[in-house]
Design a protein around this ligand. Structure first.
Ligand SMILES: NC(=O)c1ccc[n+]([C@@H]2O[C@H](COP(=O)([O-])OP(=O)(O)OC[C@H]3O[C@@H](n4cnc5c(N)ncnc54)[C@H](O)[C@@H]3O)[C@@H](O)[C@H]2O)c1
Length: 374
């Protein structure tokens, strides 16, 4: 039976991948160090049918042992948090870049025979998404907005030639990457290291560039990741979701069960040495997300999204996935609608205790000078 080693398999996405794989009859081993920022001990949702090893992906000896028994590596373990990565720089590079390098070094030097490697990458490696000038019908890949522009509250990108507001379009994998945070750089490293080493050793590898993933099991206590989880935590504690800029910035939200299926398809498909977007292809505004969650939690009479008078340095304005390559390479299309997915998240969220630590995390960013006022 195929033995799949899932790193980070106790986490939000990893645990859904584990469930998907065991339900398809795979033999699954998980390695996870139950990072304190994410977990309060062993989560109750772990699968009875997988084997769990509580250890660190940075541990060479442990990873050598586990890789010797694996047929497939599914690498999800990472430190996750864009803002936090800008002041916990060493940790992000160590857990993401260096641990991945070490795993690949083991594969290259210890006679490890793998049938496939799947690695979790991220849309954050694009920086801004792709845009089009409606007047000149030209494609644009703008850089991050400058501080001067943000301070004036000019949130949208303007065409450098004619000054017209640019329109966001679907971002293809071919868009030049512009990693604008330490987290994004470390995800790019994980992707590029994996694809290049696996190519050299003839191991088929696929990098999945996840867009914004939401759904059950996302840590509601971790204020550094996932806007849906952060807003859920605020709403459950009767606090309004706090929105940077004007709330009309958009992201591409995809339900975690679709992402788990994309991982299974990546493993089973003939796709090799390729990075593909895993998103819905449908942009949603951040204000709309806040509003939807308030309504689903039944708090529309008490709460409304609060527009903060500030912005976060390094934030992009719009990015949503071009989904063609995922369909072509993996035969992947989303199955869960946004409405059904959000209902699933809230149904689960209602049963969770959630400590709202948003203000604390925001204060840390402010202290480091990573938040500006418009
Ligand atoms: N959630 C998203 O929207 C999103 C978007 C893009 C990419 N990703 C990527 O998806 C992957 C999974 O993210 P997630 O949202 O499930 O996060 P998560 O924090 O819920 O899961 C990560 C898991 O990895 C474990 N881990 C962290 N450091 C480890 C270490 N040194 N050794 C062993 N285990 C360790 C954690 O304990 C956790 O269980 C990550 O690679 C992340 O970069 C997530």
């Amino acid at each position: 039976m195929t033995n799949v080693l899932v790193t980070g398999g106790a986490g939000f996405i990893g645990s859904h991948i584990v469930d998907e794989l065991v339900s398809e009859g795979y033999d699954v081993t998980v390695v996870d160090n139950l990072t304190e920022q994410v977990h309060d001990g062993e989560p109750e949702y772990l699968s009875d049918e997988a084997e769990y090893v509580w250890g660190d992906v940075r541990d060479r000896e442990l990873m050598t042992e586990l890789l010797e028994d694996a047929d497939v590596l599914n690498h999800q373990a990472s430190a996750v948090g864009v803002g936090q990565s800008m002041y916990e720089i060493e940790k992000y590079v160590e857990v993401n870049t260096l641990a991945t390098a070490r795993i690949l070094d083991i594969i290259a030097n210890e006679n490890i025979d793998l049938e496939k490697v799947v690695v979790a990458s991220s849309m954050s490696i694009y920086g801004e998404g792709a845009y089009r000038c409606p007047d000149e019908n030209e494609l644009h890949y703008p850089p991050l907005r400058g501080e001067g522009q943000m301070k004036e509250g000019q949130w949208e990108h303007l065409c450098p030639e004619c000054g017209t507001e640019l329109e966001p379009i679907a971002t293809p994998e071919s868009k030049p990457r512009e990693s604008t945070s330490v987290y994004a750089i470390s995800k790019k490293d994980q992707e590029e290291l994996t694809l290049s080493v696996c190519r050299a050793y003839g191991i088929p590898a696929v990098a999945l560039r996840y867009f914004n993933i939401y759904g059950s099991r996302q840590s509601l206590d971790n204020p550094y990741t996932g806007v849906c989880a952060i807003f859920s935590s605020r709403i459950k504690n009767d606090n309004p979701p706090l929105i940077f800029e004007d709330g009309d910035q958009t992201r591409d939200f995809i339900h975690v069960s679709d992402v788990a299926r994309a991982n299974k398809l990546a493993m089973e498909s003939d796709a090799s040495n390729v990075a593909v977007n895993i998103g819905s292809g449908n942009p949603k505004t951040i204000r709309g997300i806040a509003q939807t969650l308030i309504e689903l939690y039944g708090k529309e009479d008490e709460l409304e999204p609060e527009i903060a008078d500030d912005f976060r340095q390094g934030d992009i304005r719009h990015c949503f996935a071009d989904t063609e390559l995922a369909a072509e390479e993996l035969g992947f299309e989303t199955e869960v609608s946004f409405e059904d997915g959000m209902r699933e998240l809230v149904k689960w969220g209602r049963k969770q205790d959630a400590e709202d630590r948003f203000k604390e995390a925001h204060a840390e960013l402010e202290e480091k000078g990573l938040v500006g006022e418009d």
